[in-house]
Each structure stands twice: as C-alpha cells, then as structure tokens.
Ligand binder design. Structure first.
Ligand code: UD1
Ligand code: CA
Length: 452
C-alpha cells in the first residue's frame, strides 16, 4: 500500500506564520504524527502533497522514505491527490490521509485497508450529532454507499444525513488516475473534489465500503489554535489513561503532559503539572514531584525528584534525590544515592555514589567521586570566557561553603577545603586547604557616626 498525505491547505485560521501541519501536538508537528501512522501501517511509499509554506514543511520533516509533490495552486482534494500520482506505483492501493488529522489510529487504518482488499474502494466515515461542514454519505436503498455530497452542494434533505466523510480512504490499485481524470469542478466551490470518485467507482461497478474509526478523536482535524488546544488535551488524556492502565500513579491525569516517550516501571508516582519531553525512562518506584520537567533522561529505581525540578539530558542512578528546585543539564550522570538540593545546577558532570550537593551550587564539567560533600555556595569556575576546563574532585572530599574551584583543578582524595576558599591550584589528598584572609578583630573600633 502507498500513502498520500494531503498537506497543501493554508490553515489561515491558525493565524500563524508557521504552516499548519508544522504546528505542534504533544511536542511534534501535526504532520509527523500522520507520517508515523503511515509508516506503522506499513506504507511502501509516502507522498506528501504540500503547498503553502511547503519548503519549511519539507525541511522540517524530510526523510528518505518520503516523496514530495507540490500542489500550486490548490484546486481541491482531488487535484491534490492527482499531483501525488506520478510518485506512486500504479499496482498499489492508495491510502489518503490528511496532514492536519494527527491522531488517526493504526488499527483503524488497518481495518480500512482490509475492507478495501484489492478491488474495493473503502472510505472512513463517522456518525456525527452535528454534521455541519462535512461531506455527507449518500447510501442507496440497500444501504450501499452511492456517493458523497459536500455540504455546500447538498440539498436540505441531504444535509440531514449524519453519516459524514472523514476524508480518509483507500483506493484500489490502478484506478485513481482514471477517476481523477474524469472529475470536474462544477460545484459550489469550483474545486476538484476527491469525494467525486465515489460515484465514479459505483458507476464503474467497483464496490464501495465504509468502515468507522475505533475512537471519534482519531478523525478530528485541526483548523484553529482552539482545535489544536482541544486535541492536545484529548491526546494527553489518552496518554494519561495508558499510563494509569500500566499501573502508574498519576495524582491528576488531567495535569500531565507527555511530549515524547515516557516509559515507567512499577509503582512510579507522578504528581501534578509535570512535563515529560523526548525519551524518558523511570525505573520502579520513581516519584516525580509537582511542577517538574523531565527531558531525555533515565532515572534509576527509587529515585525521587522533588517539586520544581528540571532534569534534562541526565542519567540518574538508584535512590537519588533531586530537588526541590534543582536543575541537571545534558551530560550529567549521577550514580546511586546522590542528593542534589535546592538551587543546585549540574552540567556535563559525573557525580559518583552517595555524594551530596544540598544547596546553592554550580557543578559544571566536573568529575566528582564518592561520598563527596559539596557545601552551599560551591561553584566550579569552568569557563574563562573562551575555554572550558574540568574540575576533578576525588572520593571523600569535603568542600566547605562558598568555595570556588577555578578549573582546571583537582582536589585529592579525602581533602577538605575550608569555607570561602578560592582554589586555583590542586589541593593535596587528606589535607585541609584554605585560601582566606586571616580574621582580625579590632578592639576599641567605633562605627562611623552621621555628620551633623
Ligand atoms: C474534505 C472533504 C469532506 C470531508 C472533510 C473532512 C472533499 C472535497 N471534501 O472537506 O467530504 O467531510 O474533508 O474534514 O474532499 N487539501 C490540499 N489541497 C487542496 C485542498 C485541500 O492539500 O487543494 C488538504 C488540506 O490541507 C486538508 C485536506 O486536504 O488537509 C482537506 O481539506 P479541507 O479544505 O479541510 O477539506 P474540506 O473542504 O473540509
Ligand atoms: Ca475546502
């Protein structure tokens, strides 16, 4: 089977400079959801019909398995499919998808394709309580699909029909070229309607069958930011339900956003307003505190992320505690039982087991050993304005508060740095190193008094 994705429409109602099919749903373009479905259904070839803003679309989503057909000007859905035909094989059946209908389900498409078999035309239809705006399905007395009439061309009786065309269909091999060559544009919109091929199929003796989607949201299209926001919530609700079904505890399934892939072990608990981006893996017993963002990360068994934390590009071992208000940036690796407290930022650093930075610290480009205590206000000065350097802190080091480590610099095993130290040379193993002006107290000193 081959797939044509219609994506040439302008989407004026989005009021955006970004082409409609590049608007994001769950963190990725609408069109990319459709392409995923096309691939999952086993398309041999996918042709995207693009028009308005097309080059941006092509640049954003081009892939070796895609062909691109420019439709300019846009003369209707039939005209759009016609543009794709030179890119397709005539011996394949053709599935037509819409680039702005992102949640179409693979099982639904498989059923549609099965209904089409090798010689039928299969259309995906739904019954709507409020069918206005859609093409209506006209059936004959025996209940067979006879044709589709667009709302603007329909008689009052036809407008009362509630079975509507979703636009998604599978055409049998070798027929589209002929049918699309025969349709005209003598209709209310002076467009070439893809839907007119239904009547042609019937008159050619090709059987037309209709199937329905598993869920109504699969065929919802996006025409405005309001639709987009609605669909986002519906989609997130589906994802939340799947997590609940898998045994994840969600304190409020209406307040979670998954923009990518979230894989959870047993007894994972997620508090409200958390966002997951990219690929995130949470092992057994992980808990994520309220208002946290976790992106491209793996968290080990029993690790706890406390509220308001941002964990990005990070690998976390077992039984760590991150936050509240912690930030880990890409390249961070935390081994087991590491604790990062409030206002601690870690970037491109490896912190070994049982080390702690509980308050107000910046650890960047550092290798930190085991059981290290990083005091409040500790900063690795990794950047001289031009180059970045590493800081090495060996096992069992104790770093006093308000210490700066000017990289490249190394703190030997078991060393202690006195509070307030600015370390510019390596600190030897096992010793106290301190750089600090000696403390003096002046007896008999008086505070200045305001002049009269
Ligand atoms: C179309 C169907 C209608 C169906 C409805 C479902 C036709 C004639 N009508 O109507 O029966 O109920 O979808 O939403 O097919 N597009 C192009 N090039 C064009 C025109 C459209 O690529 O020249 C693309 C659009 O980007 C969109 C899709 O085709 O993804 C549907 O276009 P749209 O204008 O929304 O179709 P409707 O008139 O709503
Ligand atoms: Ca239209």
């Amino acid at each position: 089977m081959e797939v044509v994705v219609l994506a040439a429409g302008q989407g004026k109602r989005m009021r955006s400079t970004r082409p409609k099919v590049l608007q994001p749903l769950a963190g990725r373009p609408l069109l990319s959801h459709v392409l995923c479905a096309a691939r999952a259904v086993g398309a041999d070839r996918i042709c995207v019909v693009y028009g308005h803003g097309g080059d941006a679309v092509r640049q954003a989503l081009d892939a070796p398995d895609l062909a691109w057909a420019l439709q300019e000007p846009q003369l209707g859905t039939g005209h759009a499919v016609l543009q794709a035909l030179p890119h397709l094989h005539h011996e394949s059946s053709v599935l037509v998808l819409y680039g702005d209908v992102p949640l179409i389900g693979v099982p639904t498409l498989k059923r549609l394709a099965e209904a089409a078999g090798n010689d039928r035309l299969a259309i995906l239809t739904v019954e709507l309580a409020e069918p206005s705006g859609y093409g209506r399905i006209i059936r004959d007395r025996e209940g067979r699909v006879h044709r589709i009439v667009e709302e603007k061309d329909a008689s009052p009786d036809e407008r009362n029909i509630r079975e509507v065309n979703t636009g998604i269909l599978v055409a049998p091999p070798g027929r589209l070229q002929d049918w699309l060559g025969r349709i005209g544009n003598h209709n209310a919109q002076q467009e070439y309607y893809l839907t007119d091929i239904i009547a042609l199929a019937v008159s050619d003796g090709v059987e037309v069958v209709a199937t329905h989607p598993d869920r109504a949201i699969e065929t919802l299209g996006v025409n405005s930011k309001a639709h987009l926001a609605e669909l986002e919530r519906l989609h997130q609700r589906t994802i939340a339900q799947r997590l609940l079904d898998d045994g994840v505890t969600l304190i409020d399934p209406a307040r979670i956003d998954v923009r990518g892939e979230l894989l959870c072990g047993r007894d994972v608990e997620i508090d409200v307003n958390c966002v997951f981006e990219g690929r995130v893996e949470l092992a057994d017993g992980v808990t994520i505190g309220a208002n946290s963002v976790v992106r491209d990360a793996r968290l080990g068994t029993g690790t706890r992320v406390a509220p308001f934390s941002y964990v990005d590009g990070t690998e976390v071992g077992a039984h760590c505690v991150i936050g509240p208000y912690a930030r880990t940036r890409p390249g961070t690796v935390l081994l087991d039982e590491v604790h990062l407290g409030n206002f601690v930022e870690v970037k491109n650093s490896r912190i070994a087991a049982q080390s702690k930075a509980n308050h107000l610290a910046y650890v960047g480009d550092a290798d930190v050993g085991e059981r290290v205590n990083i005091g409040a206000g500790t900063i690795t000065c990794n950047y001289d304005g031009a180059n970045k350097y590493r800081t090495i802190i060996e096992d069992d080091v104790f770093i006093g508060s308000d210490t700066q480590l000017v990289a490249p610099v190394k703190v030997g095993r078991g060393a202690t740095l006195g509070a307030g130290t600015t370390l510019t040379k390596d600190a030897p193993e096992g010793q106290l190193t301190v750089s600090r002006a000696r403390q003096v107290s002046l007896a008999g000193w008086n505070r200045p008094k305001k002049k009269k």
